[in-house]
Design a binder for this molecule. Structure first.
Ligand SMILES: C[S@@+](CC[C@H](N)C(=O)[O-])C[C@H]1O[C@@H](n2cnc3c(N)ncnc32)[C@H](O)[C@@H]1O
Length: 242
Protein backbone atom coordinates (compact mmCIF):
# COMPACT_ATOMS: atom_id res chain seq x y z
CA UNK A 1 0.00 0.00 0.00
CA UNK A 2 2.67 2.54 1.04
CA UNK A 3 5.97 2.86 -0.86
CA UNK A 4 9.36 3.64 0.76
CA UNK A 5 9.15 7.15 -0.80
CA UNK A 6 5.72 7.73 0.81
CA UNK A 7 5.04 9.15 4.28
CA UNK A 8 6.75 7.47 7.23
CA UNK A 9 4.75 6.03 10.12
CA UNK A 10 5.84 8.97 12.25
CA UNK A 11 4.68 11.48 9.63
CA UNK A 12 1.32 9.71 9.38
CA UNK A 13 0.96 9.80 13.17
CA UNK A 14 1.69 13.56 13.31
CA UNK A 15 -0.86 14.12 10.55
CA UNK A 16 -3.47 12.00 12.32
CA UNK A 17 -3.16 14.17 15.44
CA UNK A 18 -3.61 17.43 13.51
CA UNK A 19 -6.85 18.97 12.27
CA UNK A 20 -8.20 17.62 8.97
CA UNK A 21 -6.92 20.70 7.12
CA UNK A 22 -3.49 20.78 8.76
CA UNK A 23 -3.17 17.02 8.35
CA UNK A 24 -3.57 17.42 4.59
CA UNK A 25 -1.19 20.39 4.49
CA UNK A 26 1.45 18.11 6.03
CA UNK A 27 0.65 15.11 3.85
CA UNK A 28 0.46 17.11 0.61
CA UNK A 29 4.04 16.69 -0.72
CA UNK A 30 3.76 12.89 -0.47
CA UNK A 31 0.00 12.50 -1.00
CA UNK A 32 0.31 11.11 -4.53
CA UNK A 33 2.54 8.33 -3.17
CA UNK A 34 -0.20 7.13 -0.80
CA UNK A 35 -3.21 4.88 -1.51
CA UNK A 36 -5.46 7.82 -0.53
CA UNK A 37 -5.07 9.41 -3.96
CA UNK A 38 -7.93 8.09 -6.10
CA UNK A 39 -6.50 5.38 -8.40
CA UNK A 40 -6.43 5.99 -12.14
CA UNK A 41 -8.68 2.97 -12.69
CA UNK A 42 -11.50 4.67 -10.77
CA UNK A 43 -10.89 8.01 -12.51
CA UNK A 44 -11.03 6.37 -15.93
CA UNK A 45 -14.21 4.40 -15.13
CA UNK A 46 -15.95 7.59 -13.97
CA UNK A 47 -14.76 9.54 -17.02
CA UNK A 48 -16.13 6.82 -19.34
CA UNK A 49 -19.51 6.79 -17.55
CA UNK A 50 -19.85 10.58 -17.45
CA UNK A 51 -18.73 11.36 -21.02
CA UNK A 52 -22.08 10.31 -22.62
CA UNK A 53 -23.94 12.65 -20.22
CA UNK A 54 -22.13 15.67 -21.76
CA UNK A 55 -21.11 17.89 -23.43
CA UNK A 56 -19.83 20.00 -20.54
CA UNK A 57 -18.26 23.46 -20.57
CA UNK A 58 -17.22 24.25 -17.00
CA UNK A 59 -16.24 21.67 -14.39
CA UNK A 60 -15.67 21.73 -10.63
CA UNK A 61 -13.67 19.18 -8.61
CA UNK A 62 -14.94 19.38 -5.02
CA UNK A 63 -12.18 18.61 -2.46
CA UNK A 64 -9.73 18.30 -5.35
CA UNK A 65 -6.64 17.46 -3.29
CA UNK A 66 -3.73 17.12 -5.70
CA UNK A 67 -6.10 17.28 -8.66
CA UNK A 68 -7.04 13.69 -9.51
CA UNK A 69 -10.55 14.76 -10.51
CA UNK A 70 -9.29 17.89 -12.24
CA UNK A 71 -7.52 15.58 -14.70
CA UNK A 72 -10.86 13.88 -15.41
CA UNK A 73 -12.59 17.23 -15.89
CA UNK A 74 -9.92 18.47 -18.30
CA UNK A 75 -10.77 15.54 -20.52
CA UNK A 76 -14.53 16.19 -20.30
CA UNK A 77 -14.97 19.98 -20.25
CA UNK A 78 -14.51 22.45 -23.10
CA UNK A 79 -14.05 25.83 -21.39
CA UNK A 80 -12.61 25.93 -17.88
CA UNK A 81 -12.01 23.70 -14.89
CA UNK A 82 -11.82 24.59 -11.19
CA UNK A 83 -10.35 22.58 -8.33
CA UNK A 84 -11.50 23.60 -4.85
CA UNK A 85 -9.97 22.44 -1.56
CA UNK A 86 -9.44 23.94 1.89
CA UNK A 87 -5.82 22.75 2.21
CA UNK A 88 -3.30 25.26 0.84
CA UNK A 89 -0.67 22.49 0.84
CA UNK A 90 -2.80 20.20 -1.33
CA UNK A 91 -3.55 23.06 -3.73
CA UNK A 92 0.19 23.83 -4.05
CA UNK A 93 0.87 20.17 -4.86
CA UNK A 94 -2.01 20.20 -7.37
CA UNK A 95 -0.66 23.30 -9.09
CA UNK A 96 2.78 21.70 -9.46
CA UNK A 97 1.32 18.39 -10.66
CA UNK A 98 -0.71 20.10 -13.40
CA UNK A 99 1.92 22.70 -14.33
CA UNK A 100 3.03 22.37 -17.90
CA UNK A 101 0.22 20.02 -18.86
CA UNK A 102 -1.39 21.68 -21.85
CA UNK A 103 -4.09 19.02 -22.06
CA UNK A 104 -7.64 20.37 -21.93
CA UNK A 105 -8.93 23.70 -20.69
CA UNK A 106 -7.22 26.04 -18.21
CA UNK A 107 -7.51 25.32 -14.47
CA UNK A 108 -8.31 27.63 -11.55
CA UNK A 109 -7.32 26.48 -8.06
CA UNK A 110 -9.52 27.91 -5.35
CA UNK A 111 -8.99 27.62 -1.62
CA UNK A 112 -12.38 27.27 0.07
CA UNK A 113 -14.35 25.10 2.44
CA UNK A 114 -16.71 22.82 0.52
CA UNK A 115 -19.34 23.78 3.10
CA UNK A 116 -19.10 27.42 1.96
CA UNK A 117 -18.38 27.35 -1.77
CA UNK A 118 -17.90 30.76 -3.40
CA UNK A 119 -19.80 29.89 -6.62
CA UNK A 120 -23.33 30.53 -7.91
CA UNK A 121 -24.72 28.82 -11.02
CA UNK A 122 -21.24 28.56 -12.53
CA UNK A 123 -20.63 24.92 -13.52
CA UNK A 124 -22.39 22.31 -15.59
CA UNK A 125 -20.42 19.42 -14.11
CA UNK A 126 -19.23 18.91 -10.53
CA UNK A 127 -17.51 15.78 -9.29
CA UNK A 128 -15.80 14.59 -6.16
CA UNK A 129 -13.50 11.69 -5.29
CA UNK A 130 -12.43 10.23 -1.99
CA UNK A 131 -13.51 13.08 0.28
CA UNK A 132 -16.98 12.35 1.67
CA UNK A 133 -15.56 10.59 4.73
CA UNK A 134 -14.43 14.03 5.88
CA UNK A 135 -18.02 15.20 6.36
CA UNK A 136 -20.27 14.15 9.19
CA UNK A 137 -23.71 12.88 8.10
CA UNK A 138 -25.29 16.01 9.59
CA UNK A 139 -23.13 18.15 7.25
CA UNK A 140 -24.23 16.33 4.08
CA UNK A 141 -27.32 18.47 3.34
CA UNK A 142 -25.19 21.62 3.56
CA UNK A 143 -22.45 20.11 1.38
CA UNK A 144 -24.95 19.00 -1.27
CA UNK A 145 -26.72 22.38 -1.05
CA UNK A 146 -23.42 24.15 -1.77
CA UNK A 147 -22.77 22.01 -4.85
CA UNK A 148 -26.38 22.51 -6.03
CA UNK A 149 -25.90 26.29 -5.75
CA UNK A 150 -22.61 26.09 -7.69
CA UNK A 151 -24.27 24.28 -10.61
CA UNK A 152 -26.17 25.87 -13.45
CA UNK A 153 -29.71 24.56 -14.03
CA UNK A 154 -29.27 21.26 -15.90
CA UNK A 155 -25.85 20.74 -14.29
CA UNK A 156 -24.71 17.38 -12.92
CA UNK A 157 -23.01 16.33 -9.71
CA UNK A 158 -21.33 12.92 -10.07
CA UNK A 159 -19.28 10.69 -7.81
CA UNK A 160 -18.57 6.97 -7.38
CA UNK A 161 -19.85 5.02 -4.37
CA UNK A 162 -18.61 1.52 -3.54
CA UNK A 163 -20.90 -1.13 -2.07
CA UNK A 164 -20.16 -1.79 1.60
CA UNK A 165 -18.03 -4.88 2.28
CA UNK A 166 -19.87 -8.06 3.26
CA UNK A 167 -20.63 -8.22 6.97
CA UNK A 168 -17.92 -10.24 8.72
CA UNK A 169 -15.39 -9.95 5.87
CA UNK A 170 -11.84 -8.75 6.56
CA UNK A 171 -12.60 -5.39 4.88
CA UNK A 172 -15.74 -5.03 7.01
CA UNK A 173 -13.77 -5.44 10.25
CA UNK A 174 -10.93 -3.19 9.16
CA UNK A 175 -13.27 -0.31 8.24
CA UNK A 176 -15.26 -0.81 11.43
CA UNK A 177 -12.00 -0.80 13.42
CA UNK A 178 -10.71 2.31 11.66
CA UNK A 179 -13.93 4.26 12.36
CA UNK A 180 -13.97 3.11 16.00
CA UNK A 181 -10.36 4.24 16.47
CA UNK A 182 -11.18 7.64 14.92
CA UNK A 183 -14.15 8.06 17.25
CA UNK A 184 -11.92 7.37 20.26
CA UNK A 185 -9.24 9.72 18.90
CA UNK A 186 -11.79 12.48 18.35
CA UNK A 187 -13.36 12.02 21.77
CA UNK A 188 -9.96 12.43 23.45
CA UNK A 189 -8.06 14.87 21.26
CA UNK A 190 -8.59 18.37 19.86
CA UNK A 191 -8.65 19.47 17.08
CA UNK A 192 -10.64 16.64 15.50
CA UNK A 193 -9.49 14.83 12.37
CA UNK A 194 -12.76 13.94 10.65
CA UNK A 195 -12.39 10.82 8.53
CA UNK A 196 -14.85 7.94 8.67
CA UNK A 197 -15.42 5.13 6.15
CA UNK A 198 -18.89 4.02 7.15
CA UNK A 199 -20.80 7.31 7.25
CA UNK A 200 -21.78 7.58 3.57
CA UNK A 201 -24.46 4.93 2.93
CA UNK A 202 -25.95 5.05 -0.56
CA UNK A 203 -29.61 5.17 0.57
CA UNK A 204 -29.01 8.08 2.97
CA UNK A 205 -26.92 9.89 0.38
CA UNK A 206 -29.62 9.58 -2.30
CA UNK A 207 -32.26 10.80 0.20
CA UNK A 208 -30.17 13.86 1.02
CA UNK A 209 -29.55 14.63 -2.67
CA UNK A 210 -33.27 14.38 -3.45
CA UNK A 211 -34.13 16.61 -0.48
CA UNK A 212 -31.61 19.15 -1.79
CA UNK A 213 -33.50 19.27 -5.09
CA UNK A 214 -31.43 16.91 -7.26
CA UNK A 215 -32.87 14.22 -9.51
CA UNK A 216 -30.72 11.12 -8.99
CA UNK A 217 -29.68 8.30 -11.33
CA UNK A 218 -27.45 5.40 -10.33
CA UNK A 219 -25.22 3.93 -13.03
CA UNK A 220 -23.26 0.70 -12.45
CA UNK A 221 -19.51 0.95 -13.08
CA UNK A 222 -19.33 -2.56 -14.51
CA UNK A 223 -15.55 -2.64 -14.83
CA UNK A 224 -15.48 -3.24 -11.04
CA UNK A 225 -17.71 -6.32 -11.35
CA UNK A 226 -20.69 -7.50 -9.35
CA UNK A 227 -21.25 -8.87 -5.87
CA UNK A 228 -22.53 -12.44 -5.38
CA UNK A 229 -26.13 -11.07 -5.22
CA UNK A 230 -25.66 -9.46 -8.66
CA UNK A 231 -25.54 -5.85 -7.44
CA UNK A 232 -22.71 -3.60 -8.72
CA UNK A 233 -19.56 -3.30 -6.60
CA UNK A 234 -19.29 0.36 -7.56
CA UNK A 235 -21.98 2.77 -8.78
CA UNK A 236 -21.79 6.23 -10.22
CA UNK A 237 -24.22 8.61 -8.54
CA UNK A 238 -25.36 11.09 -11.19
CA UNK A 239 -27.42 13.88 -9.63
CA UNK A 240 -28.98 16.56 -11.87
CA UNK A 241 -30.04 20.06 -10.96
CA UNK A 242 -33.21 20.55 -13.02
C1 LIG B 1 -8.49 11.93 0.51
S1 LIG B 1 -8.22 13.52 -0.17
C2 LIG B 1 -8.89 13.26 -1.80
C3 LIG B 1 -8.22 14.15 -2.82
C4 LIG B 1 -8.64 13.92 -4.25
N1 LIG B 1 -10.02 14.26 -4.46
C5 LIG B 1 -8.36 12.49 -4.69
O1 LIG B 1 -9.33 11.76 -4.93
O2 LIG B 1 -7.22 12.09 -4.81
C6 LIG B 1 -9.49 14.50 0.59
C7 LIG B 1 -9.37 16.00 0.27
O3 LIG B 1 -10.52 16.65 0.79
C8 LIG B 1 -10.11 17.93 1.28
N2 LIG B 1 -11.15 18.38 2.23
C9 LIG B 1 -11.61 17.74 3.33
N3 LIG B 1 -12.58 18.45 3.91
C10 LIG B 1 -12.75 19.57 3.15
C11 LIG B 1 -13.61 20.70 3.22
N4 LIG B 1 -14.51 20.83 4.22
N5 LIG B 1 -13.53 21.64 2.27
C12 LIG B 1 -12.62 21.54 1.26
N6 LIG B 1 -11.76 20.50 1.13
C13 LIG B 1 -11.83 19.53 2.08
C14 LIG B 1 -8.76 17.66 1.91
O4 LIG B 1 -8.00 18.83 2.08
C15 LIG B 1 -8.16 16.68 0.90
O5 LIG B 1 -7.43 17.37 -0.10
Amino acid sequence: MFTPEGPTLRELAVQAFSSTMRGYDLLAPKFDLTPYRTPDRVLEAVADAVRPLGPFDRGLDVCCGTGAGVGVLRGLCRERVTGVDFSAGMLDAARSAHLGSAEGPAVDWVRADALALPFTRTFDLALSFGAFGHFLPAERPRLFGQVYEALRPGGRFVFPVGAPPAVGSRAYWSLLGFDAAMRVRNALWRPPFVMYYRTFPLAGVVDDLVRTGFTVRLLPLDVFGRRPDGSPRVRLVAASRE
